[in-house]
Design a protein around this ligand. Structure first.
Ligand SMILES: [Zn+2]
Length: 320
């Protein structure tokens, strides 16, 4: 996946794409970054794509339209009646440019996956469905997942021209959202796991994803390889290192050490889950970017203490 060089301020709209998906001419896909937008709630010229409480709705709508244009998700598709589809992502467009309808969810860290087509309820009514995964084989729709640390995962079946996008934080991952996504694509479209290509977008990486012991317990109850997903780091306290005797006398014997910090590798967790679902390892591409390390380029819930925008992972199918 394309990475940005650090240092120089990035001002234009940037879309990250996976190379093995770019090769498919019928596919639209991309992971947004925070640069090149119209929001000022979290920084200058941010591309916030989520209707957050801090940001102006009009700015988010302009951002969404700009992002869709950058993706090339424009033009009429005879299979989808655009006129019936309500405003999400549709406003702020230039005259003459028709943006594809954007299908979003009310995400709740679940394992709920919706199969959508042009007749789907949400598209007709504008009401958001609750869930954390979307799949389709209908051209002209853009399936979207919003994140700001959690991993977005795109699945593509080149054989049947079917796609999916999933929201995988630790809760979704422990509920096997991507494994269920592979299963749902098989059930609805006849997708074979061997044919699937996966792209894991930017998210919080092992370097920055400290979790509690209860998270490890949950993973251990689900996955035989759980131990390999966690890293323990002994806390180094500069004051204690400088004055060891002070702490030696203050603490009872055997209690001299702080408990180690625990870090989860969510990328590896989802990669392993895809592989054990039958997706070949060579078909899985993961972004090297950590959201918490790169708040210059990406939104990070942890990195910005909860006050942050949302990025989108989107995928769609071109029609004729
Ligand atoms: Zn990091």
């Amino acid at each position: 996946m394309k990475t940005q060089t650090r240092g120089k301020k990035i001002t234009e709209l940037n879309v990250l794409r996976a190379r093995h998906l770019t090769a498919l001419p019928w596919l639209v896909h991309g992971f947004s970054t925070r640069t090149g937008g119209f929001s000022s709630a979290y920084g200058k010229s941010d591309l916030n794509l989520g209707f957050t409480s801090d940001d102006a709705r009009s700015a988010v709508e302009r951002n969404r339209a700009a992002f869709l244009r950058a993706l090339g998700a424009t033009g009429r598709n005879r299979l989808v009646k655009h006129s019936k589809i309500p405003a999400s992502g549709q406003t702020g467009q230039k005259r003459g440019t028709l943006l594809w309808p954007l299908v979003t969810l009310r995400q709740v860290h679940s394992d709920i996956i919706h199969c959508v087509d042009s007749a789907s309820g949400e598209l007709q009514t504008g009401d958001l469905q609750t869930g954390d995964g979307l799949i389709t084989a209908t051209p002209g729709l853009l399936l979207a997942i919003q994140t700001a640390d959690c991993l977005p995962v795109i699945l593509v079946d080149p054989k049947h021209r079917a796609i999916g996008v999933f929201h995988a934080g630790w809760r979704g991952t422990v509920q096997r959202i991507v494994e269920k996504g592979v299963g749902e694509m098989r059930r609805h479209f006849g997708s074979g796991p061997r044919d699937l290509r996966a792209a894991i977008g930017p998210g919080v990486h092992e370097c920055c994803y400290e979790v509690g012991e209860e998270v490890r317990t949950k993973f251990e109850s689900q996955f035989p390889y759980a131990a390999e997903l966690f890293r323990e780091v002994k806390e180094s306290d500069p004051v204690r290192e400088k004055y060891p005797l002070l702490f030696l006398t203050a603490r009872a014997p055997g209690h001299g050490e702080l408990p180690p910090k625990l870090f989860l590798d969510l990328v590896e967790a989802n990669r392993r889950q895809l592989v054990s679902s039958g997706v070949p390892a060579k078909n899985i591409d993961a972004s090297p970017l950590c959201t918490n390390c790169r708040v210059d380029l990406l939104f990070s819930y942890r990195g910005e203490k909860g006050k942050t925008g949302r990025m989108m992972a989107v995928t769609g199918i071109r029609g004729d």
